[in-house]
Design a protein around this ligand. Structure first.
Ligand SMILES: Nc1nc2c(ncn2[C@@H]2O[C@H](COP(=O)(O)OP(=O)(O)OP(=O)(O)O)[C@@H](O)[C@H]2O)c(=O)[nH]1
Ligand SMILES: [Mg+2]
Length: 345
């Protein structure tokens, strides 16, 4: 899974990226520091893994991962090629979700598009550019299929989407329409998590509540990544930052994207995986290896909560908590699965 970080120039995108990935990508006080995108992998924090490790006596634990993509800042006119423009919009077409970071910290040394702080204005500038880039793409497609009698439905749908986007409103779509539009990779339709980059100790501005933004002290978080884990916890306690902001960001991304976690256990190797909610166990098998999906026979399943409840795999087996499921079983959050398959080649 890939998530793209967008925002105006110089708002802290790379600082957030570094905090998330414990990276050292270049951060400067001037805009357009990032030119080539930074890509980094982040482990999804999951306290269940530790508990499971003990219960199953696993020797190796691999958490699920998310990939973050940090790109150049967007400016007014980006969709028309201003700033570093269009090329970066293309880079985020492929991501599954967007983290839109907005500047809420004040610092006279760090240039911003205007002397005042106005997060709503900033969000609207970026969203307008995303919508304009989408409109251009839709327009091109409409011209192409205009005379195709078989594309009438699609043409109608595109017209409706274009109308909504030009009004700055999200279009109302049913499942089938969403499916048709998937191939377009429209930026405006991607699930978006808004992040307010706050000055130390500040709270989220009231006006950002309607965007359901989460607040992060990005600079502090990135600096704290340099500390050992125990010191970070102590530092957090002293500063009164309760919940770890970055973990929350990752958790919220899961919620936003409708993702669940399942676990596999194979020869004492425990591993967490990410899956869209509603998928079958056969599809889950495909995430691990395409051979497992093709040759799927059955799976042995136990849910995390049941296992923790009884305390061991042996007891779980005695109590009948370990179930055999067929290919259509819908995987639930926290399922621990072992897949039986045959090689089809
Ligand atoms: N005071 C303060 N400065 C911050 C904060 N977050 C980032 N900065 C500073 O803002 C400047 C820009 O940060 P970057 O992370 O490079 O911003 P960016 O959005 O990636 O910038 P571009 O790649 O140039 O678009 C750096 O000097 C950061 O140290 C913050 O929360 N508070
Ligand atoms: Mg940057």
């Amino acid at each position: 899974m890939q998530i793209g970080i967008v925002g105006l120039p110089n708002v802290g995108k790379t600082t957030l990226f570094n905090a998330l990935t414990r990276g050292h990508a270049k951060v400067e006080i001037y805009p357009f520091t990032t030119i080539e995108p930074n890509i980094g992998v982040v482990e999804v924090p999951d306290e269940r893994l530790e508990r499971l490790k003990e219960l199953i006596e696993a020797c190796e634990v691999t958490p699920a991962t998310i990939e973050f993509l940090d790109i150049a800042g967007l400016v007014k006119g980006a969709s028309k090629g201003e700033g570093l423009g269009n090329q970066f919009l293309a880079k985020i077409r492929e991501v599954e979700a967007i983290v839109h970071i907005v500047r809420c910290f004040s610092d006279p040394n760090i240039a911003h598009i205007a002397p005042d702080l106005n997060p709503i204005r900033d969000i609207e500038i970026v969203n307008l550019e995303l919508a304009l880039a989408d409109l251009e793409l839709i327009e091109k497609r409409r011209e192409k299929i205009e005379k195709d009698p078989e594309a009438k439905e699609e043409l109608k749908l595109l017209g409706r989407v274009a109308e909504s986007l030009s009004k700055g409103e999200p279009p109302e779509l049913n499942e089938k329409e969403k499916e048709v539009l998937k191939g377009y990779h429209l930026l405006s339709l991607k699930p978006t998590l808004y992040v307010a980059n706050l000055s130390d100790g500040e709270k989220i501005p009231e006006e950002l509540k309607k965007y359901r933004a989460i607040g992060i002290y990005t600079k502090l978080e990135s600096e704290m990544q340099e500390l050992p884990e125990e010191e970070r916890a102590q530092f957090r306690a002293e500063l009164g930052i309760g919940e770890e902001g970055l973990e929350r960001l990752i958790r919220e991304s899961y919620r936003l994207l409708g993702l669940i976690t399942f676990f596999t256990l194979e020869r004492k190797k425990l591993r967490a995986w990410t899956l869209e909610d509603g998928r079958s166990i056969r599809e889950a098998a495909g995430r691990i290896h395409s051979d497992m999906e093709k040759g799927f026979i059955k799976a042995e399943v136990i849910n995390y909560s049941d296992l923790v409840g009884v305390g061991s795999l042996l007891k779980a087996r005695e109590k009948g908590f370990l179930r055999i499921e067929g290919k259509d079983y819908r995987v639930a959050e926290g399922d621990i699965i072992t897949i039986k398959f045959h090689l089809t080649r």
